[in-house]
Design a protein around this ligand. Structure first.
Ligand code: G3I
Length: 384
């Protein structure tokens, strides 16, 4: 009788063989017409998206755009729709980049996702205070929130198909983050944001988006948040789990439990910001620049030239394993969006330490598909 371990290693061997054959037969050029499209491969399961930076949405980075057009049927703006960019001053909105982004998605018939309407981060300090610098009261702050939502959501009504209405309102321990939103509006600021967005564009999907939702305490808090919105008669279409994952998180079981818990509420799950960090955790050096810390360079930036084969394999297996879980939950998972297009421009090259060489995505610095690409592709054929 084969043991579970035998089955697992036979499966792994088959996967590695498939991946190797795929690499050999497809060749190394990402523009190769033979290369299967991720979007097509996963069409029966969920949408495949990418977060775009300005060079991509304005088509300056032609090679990255080629990847997006081949593999994605959904796009998200990595930064340009955030409050700090789109509404930099009280009476001034800057829609230039966001307009470009929406036009890009429409031109290529993609699902255009809006990120991130209400967030405590990347929002100018003036937002929360009056002219004397005093924290605004509830009514004034709600008015500001409503005006922002009416202006931004209103501008893209019917064109942006879904909004991350509220981003990162929960703590890892399962509480409500005591952000300036809570301090000014109060704990129902999440509900208010959903209410206003729905009023402006009832046709847009509405999402709550956060990281680490696989952690049981935070998952339970997200479940309560959804129930609270529903109890108030408000609509929420999906919960976005960002998916900034690493080699040992989330556990398969926690990811599985999160998707099941949200699915039971009759709400979809989106993986909104997927990438996989293989570099050492470096929280203690948050904000530091690797080039200014020569003594730490090797420790914090261990693969400045290339990822060794052994680590490439770890990354490949990890992507394949997590995608297999997402495919198993395809009835609940509606979209998987990668947070970037290639390793070259990932935010993880500069966070938490600046100047590292990170390998979190499916395409490398030369715009070529990595073995992880083929491991992911392989899961599209696995049973629903
Ligand atoms: O464009 C300027 C450049 O001109 C300047 O020289 C450079 C100096 O630091 O900064 C550049 O702007 C940076 C910008 O990314 C574009 O690269 C900002 O400093 C930097 O703060 C900004 O980081 C973004 C981060 O959100 C801000 O919180 C990342 O790109 C973006 O990927 C990241 O995305 C967030 C999601 O919105 C929410 N979930 C977490 C995720 C990762 O933090």
């Amino acid at each position: 009788m084969p043991t579970t371990e035998h089955c697992v290693s036979v499966r792994r061997l088959l996967l590695v063989t498939c991946v190797t054959l795929a690499v050999l037969s497809v060749g190394s050029c990402s523009g190769d017409a033979e290369q299967p499209s991720l979007g097509d491969a996963f069409r029966q399961h969920f949408l495949i998206g990418a977060a775009l930076n300005d060079d991509e949405m304005s088509s300056r980075d032609a090679k990255a755009v080629a990847i997006v057009l081949k593999h994605c049927n959904s796009v998200t703006a990595e930064n340009v729709m955030k409050w700090v960019h789109i509404h930099p001053r009280p009476d001034a909105y800057d829609f230039e980049a966001a307009d470009r982004f929406v036009a890009f998605g429409e031109k290529h018939n993609m699902f255009v996702a809006g990120h991130a309407l209400i967030w405590h981060d990347q929002i100018p300090a003036w937002t929360f205070v009056d002219e004397q610098g005093k924290l605004l009261g509830r009514d004034a702050m709600l008015q500001r929130m409503r005006q922002h939502i009416e202006t931004v959501v209103g501008r893209y009504k019917g064109r942006v198909k879904g909004w991350d209405v509220v981003n990162e309102a929960l703590t890892d321990e399962g509480g409500l983050r005591q952000s300036l939103w809570v301090q000014t509006v109060g704990e129902d600021f999440v509900a208010k944001a959903f209410e206003y967005t729905n009023q402006v564009d009832p046709g847009a999907e509405l999402y709550y988006n956060d990281f680490s939702l696989d952690k049981p305490a935070k998952r339970d808090a997200a479940v309560l948040l959804v129930k609270d919105l529903k109890a108030r008669g408000l609509r929420i279409d999906a919960v976005g789990i960002q998916g900034h994952w690493g080699m040992d998180y989330p556990t398969d079981g926690d990811l599985d439990d999160f998707i099941s818990a949200v699915g039971r509420l009759g709400v979809k799950v989106l993986v909104t910001e997927m990438d996989m960090n293989i570099l050492p955790a470096a929280w203690d050096y948050d904000g530091a620049d690797i080039n200014m810390r020569a003594e730490l360079r090797k420790e914090l930036n261990p693969y400045p030239e290339a990822l060794p084969d052994s680590m490439q394999k770890v990354l490949t297996d990890r992507y394949g394993d997590l995608f297999a879980i997402l495919v198993r939950h395809a009835a609940t998972v509606d979209r998987v969006t990668f947070w970037g297009v290639t390793d070259r421009t990932s935010w993880l090259n500069d966070w938490p330490v600046r100047g590292r060489t990170s390998y979190p995505l499916l395409f490398d610095r030369n715009y070529q598909p990595k073995p992880a690409f083929y491991a992911v592709l392989h899961t599209a054929g696995s049973a629903k």
